[in-house]
Design a protein around this ligand. Structure first.
Ligand SMILES: Cc1ncc(COP(=O)(O)O)c(C=O)c1O
Length: 413
């Protein structure tokens, strides 16, 4: 008989990205010709984990307390101000005039997602996720007894608004509330980015279905927002649309300090609650501070201090933004090279606009992954596709990788 309690029986992470990636890292240490396209961390052109010089400089200025003390569970006032300034940029005063908002620090965007699942769905209720998705959503839902449902991500190579709408209506009818997850821009794993007009239509539809007071939570997973090649202003113009929501809608913006600042191991992120209704934001604050205290207590003081100082000091902020532009250019060069190489072998990846990953739909992804490992290439198998992390491989690897993918796929035909 299992010693596990009933709800823990059957828990097992299959194809854990972090485990596969560690395997690939060890293999590459032994054989540098290995191509490790597993992990969503940005590497520079010397195949070293990206380090932003400005953040290194800031770290040297921090006091012992700023590095090692316990942080406030919420992250504190300065962190909240920094995150609001970063996320809303030129529109912060407009947001503060029209909406109520609040920031809680979390261990990466992951903590923000987990807290949102905890506090806005009961056990047995459904969360609405994209059909291609970051697999950790499913683990977080399972951990909380929440059921995963999906909308089709694509229709004619664009965001499938009809499927999202259909599913929203179904959830409204069957459970009287909706928790919709949109991961945009630079969707993981496909690289899809919603156009402004697509966001406009989605926001109008959510307003229509909530005029009767149906509770609606939009979990906006913005992990990769700062790598969007359309620029800071385009992405913030999309966020600006959230001001149009009526007062039945709560938007939770899940911000990842791991991705924007390449501080993956420091585990800093934030959840920002945004609503027309003050009482919803007071509740957001109370429930999420409580959950944070209960689950992880607080986040890394070192990470909070680096991020806060970087955003609130204009000299550091300007320098960091320059460094971030370079990182965006790297990604763009790599995606262009990979897609060109794949196309030259007749392979069409899933629709890609921008981001850390390119995805190819395949049958038997685990077998494809295993065959690629035999050829010295590591990718991540998903339910019905393989994911290539262009963030972690250099431009010169794109052609050999595409050639090996082609060889494996042809061998399986
Ligand atoms: C889509 C997506 N959302 C959120 C995250 C959260 O990352 P972190 O918790 O490190 O901020 C990731 C990380 O890979 C991701 O891919």
């Amino acid at each position: 008989m299992s010693l596990l309690c009933k709800k823990a029986i059957g828990k097992e992470i299959k194809n854990n990205i972090l485990t596969l990636s560690e395997e690939a890292r060890i293999a590459k240490e032994k054989d540098p010709t290995i191509i490790n396209a597993t992990i969503g961390m940005l590497y520079d052109d010397d195949e070293k984990l990206m380090r932003f010089p400005t953040l290194e400089k800031i770290q040297e200025t921090l006091t012992i307390v700023e590095k090692y003390a316990y942080a406030d569970t919420t992250g504190g006032k300065d962190f909240a101000l920094a995150i609001k300034k970063w996320v809303f940029r030129n529109y912060l005063s407009e947001f503060e005039k029209n909406m109520h908002l609040s920031v809680i620090s979390t261990p990466g965007g992951s903590g923000a997602i987990s807290n949102t699942f905890s506090n806005y769905l009961n056990e047995g209720e459904k969360v609405l996720l994209p059909s291609y998705m970051w697999s950790a959503y499913k683990n977080m839902a399972r951990e909380l007894g929440i059921i995963c449902d999906t909308y089709e991500l694509f229709e004619n190579k664009r965001f499938n608004l009809s499927s999202v709408k259909e599913k929203i209506l179904e959830h409204k009818k069957n459970q009287g509330r909706v928790l919709l997850v949109i991961n945009d821009p630079c969707h993981n794993p496909t690289g899809l980015c919603l156009k402004h007009e697509e966001w406009q239509e989605l926001v109008s539809f959510i307003n229509e279905v909530t005029t009767d007071g149906t509770p609606f939570i939009l979990l906006y997973d913005m992990a990769y927002i700062d790598f969007y090649n359309a620029g800071f202003d385009y992405s913030r113009q999309n966020i600006r649309l959230f001001q149009r929501f009526n007062d039945s809608v709560l938007t939770v913006l899940a911000f990842s300090g791991s991705k924007t600042f390449s501080l993956y191991g420091l585990r800093v992120g934030a959840m920002i609650g945004l609503s027309k209704k003050e009482s919803d934001i007071i509740e957001f604050n109370n429930a999420n501070e409580y959950s944070s205290r209960a689950k992880w207590s607080n986040v890394s003081k070192l990470g909070l201090s680096i991020i806060t100082k970087c955003i609130l000091n204009d000299t550091y902020k300007n320098a960091f933004e320059q460094e971030l532009s370079y990182a965006k250019e790297l990604l763009e060069k790599r995606s262009t090279a990979l897609i060109k190489a794949l196309n030259s072998f007749g392979i069409e990846p899933l629709p890609f606009d921008c981001g850390f990953f390119v995805c190819i739909k395949v049958d038997h992804p685990t077998l494809v992954k295993d065959a690629l490992v035999e050829l010295g290439c590591y990718v991540i198998p998903l339910d019905n596709a393989i994911r290539i992390a262009i963030c972690s491989i250099v431009e010169k690897d794109m052609l050999p990788l595409a050639q090996k993918i082609s060889q494996v796929l042809k061998g399986r035909q």
